[in-house]
Design a protein around this ligand. Structure first.
Ligand SMILES: *Cc1c(COP(=O)(O)O)cnc(C)c1O
Length: 463
């Protein structure tokens, strides 16, 4: 059976899950600006370029698979967020989405702050001179060593996640002769999902202290009594890949309610409110994320309105986008290795990476798009599943997508919007060597995280 004898077309839509986009795009060669970074386009030969460099050149110089990050796009997104929120608010980039020393430098230069949630992330940030006061330290189980390290470094805030931690951080700060600025992370009974939010009566999750049942109010009471702590605000993070502001609306209202309670009980107006991250991005053409200025406008309005109603001064707002900044800035470049056409179903396209460089599809059922990037093609669309080279049938990178039916081994394909939670969650499964991150800008490309080598693997294995 040859692939050309079996051009997969729209009739294959019936094997796609319900609610999924139902057919091939009008033009397989088109690059939807929603899912590709800003400097991506095709040159006159039909090859995709980023930062002015074509993918064949990138593949030759840096190999595949690789993450190619559009530095101009990253910086532009930082500026968009900063400008949207203005000088009266703070934007903390969530380092867990993707952190490297180059990224820390860019954040510093573009005026963003940084969220970390481990000693490793803190060390990365401090190693290139990120001012500690612009760093917030998160996590539901920070070790005493991590707390000491953070306080000694002078981080701008530690976000307290539990009753034990209130005491633990206060104790360490007192021992070090410091008064540590902290926020308390509360769970507001709102769980946001991609296209909806769910009000949860009981807070069945590991993070934070529940507003319900007066738990958060009790946490504030305890924190205000401890000399080692300077309670500066309340923190709430409701989920990830959120498109709808309704969840933030409920969350802000409830957090402001707590601020009013605190004022009534203690005569203190806490100066900060952090609404977390979780803003969605476009992984496929179906997704329609809001722009930072729209998000900033609604969050400022919501908080302003609620504070006015409660007779409170409006606190300083902060937000913590991770995915929304770095996600759209990178694509993963793969070389096609083998093709397995299944009559009446789909064609499996195997690439030289997989779940070791993008676990999100297997882990969260995440959707991605994919394009042939080394050339254009006028062939019919065929329904494909892009899979990796790992020993696992769940090793799927893109579950359902269309690629040209003349796709062949050696072609380069790229999966856009892989800047967030791909390299940062990459593994050595099957002793895969984690791919490099290459920053591309103004016709130049440089490795910012190099590809692992067999030596790297063997160095940890002491025999
Ligand atoms: C994960 C996380 C973020 C960032 O989430 P994104 O979906 O990447 O925007 C922000 N704040 C906290 C507390 C988080 O845990």
């Amino acid at each position: 059976m040859s692939r050309s004898a079996h051009p997969a077309g729209p009739r294959h839509a019936d094997v796609l899950p319900e609610g999924h986009y139902s057919g091939p795009p009008a033009d397989l060669n088109a690059l939807d600006a929603k899912v590709w970074s800003r400097t991506v386009s095709r040159n006159e030969d039909g090859a995709v370029t980023v930062g002015g460099i074509d993918v064949a050149t990138l593949a030759e110089e840096f190999g595949t698979p690789g993450y190619f990050l559009d530095e101009a796009d990253f910086r532009a997104r930082c500026r968009d967020w900063r400008e949207a929120f203005g000088p009266g608010a703070d934007v903390f980039y969530a380092g867990k989405a993707f952190l490297s020393r180059a990224v820390v430098r860019w954040l510093h230069e573009e005026g963003l702050n940084l969220d970390v949630c481990s000693a490793g992330e803190l060390a990365t940030a401090l190693s290139v001179g990120m001012p500690a006061e612009r760093i917030a330290y998160h996590g539901n189980n920070k070790s005493v060593a991590e707390i000491e390290r953070a306080i000694e470094a002078g981080v701008g805030r530690i976000v307290l996640d539990s009753f034990q931690e209130i005491v633990r951080v206060a104790h360490v700060a007192e021992r070090l002769g410091k008064r540590q600025p902290v926020q308390i992370r509360v769970t507001v009974g709102v769980e946001a999902h991609t296209h909806e939010f769910i009000a949860t009566a009981h807070e069945d999750q590991k993070f934070g202290i529940a507003l319900a049942g007066g738990e958060a109010a009790e946490a504030v009471r305890r924190a205000l009594k401890l000399d080692g702590l300077e309670l500066v605000g309340i923190h709430s993070h409701i989920g990830s890949q959120i498109f709808d502001m309704a969840g933030f609306e409920v969350s802000a209202r409830r957090v402001v309610g707590l601020l009013a309670e605190v004022r009534d009980e203690h005569g203190v107006e806490l100066p900060e409110i952090d609404l977390g991250g979780g803003l969605g991005i476009a992984y496929t053409s179906e997704d329609d994320p809001s722009e930072p200025h729209q998000i900033a406008k609604s969050l400022h309005e919501i908080v302003g309105r609620e504070c006015e109603a409660a007779g409170l001064r409006t606190p300083r707002i902060s937000v913590e986008p991770g995915r929304a900044i770095v996600g759209p800035t990178a694509f993963t470049l793969y070389e096609v290795g083998t093709l397995k056409p299944l009559e009446g179903l789909r064609t499996y396209v195997s690439v030289d990476g997989g779940m070791s460089d993008n676990i999100r599809t297997a882990l969260y059922d995440a959707e991605y798009s994919v394009a042939l990037v080394s050339r254009t093609s006028e062939a019919e669309p065929m329904l494909v599943r892009v899979v990796g080279k790992h020993c696992e049938s769940g090793d799927i990178v893109v579950r359902d997508a269309f690629l040209p039916a003349d796709l062949a081994p050696g072609d380069l394909i790229a999966v856009p919007a892989t800047g967030a939670y791909c390299r940062s969650m990459a593994s050595n499964y099957n002793h895969a060597l984690r791919p490099p991150v290459v920053a591309v800008a103004d016709g130049g490309a440089r490795v910012i995280v190099r590809r692992e080598t067999e030596e790297d693997l063997l160095r940890l294995d002491v025999g």
